[in-house]
Design a protein around this ligand. Sequence first.
Ligand code: AMP
Ligand code: ZN
Length: 112
Amino acid sequence: MDCLFCKIISGEIPSSKVYEDEWVYSFKDINPQTPVHILAIPKEHICCIDEVNSSNSSYVARIFEAIPKIAAEAGLTNGYRVISNCGDDACQTVKHLHFHIMGGRKLPENMG
Ligand code: AMP
Ligand code: ZN
C-alpha cells in the first residue's frame, strides 16, 4: 500500500520520532503550524475516523493514552489542542488516521 505514514512507521521514510510503543507512533509534523506540532498515528493502517470500528478502536484508545505523555514530554504544561481531519471538507491530506497535537502558544478560539 502506498501510504506515507505507513512508510514512516516502517522507517522507509525518515521522521523526527518523539514517542513509540507497540500501538502508537508519534513524530514532529514536517510543516509545523504552532511552536509544538506533533502527529500521533496508529501502527495499523486506518484511513481516518470514518474507518474506526470495534476491531481497531483499541489503537485510538492507545493513542489517547499516549497523548498526555507526549504533551508533557514536549513541555505543553499550559494546555494543547488535538485535531483529526477526516475527509475532504476537513482537508485531510494524508489518508492514514492521525491526531495533530498542537500548542506552545495561545491558540485561536475559532476552529473553523
Ligand atoms: P492532514 O492535513 O490533517 O492530513 O495532516 C497531514 C499532516 O502531515 C500535515 O500537517 C503535514 O505537514 C504532515 N506531513 C506530511 N508529510 C510529512 C512527513 N514526511 N513528515 C512529517 N509530517 C508530514
Ligand atoms: Zn498507512
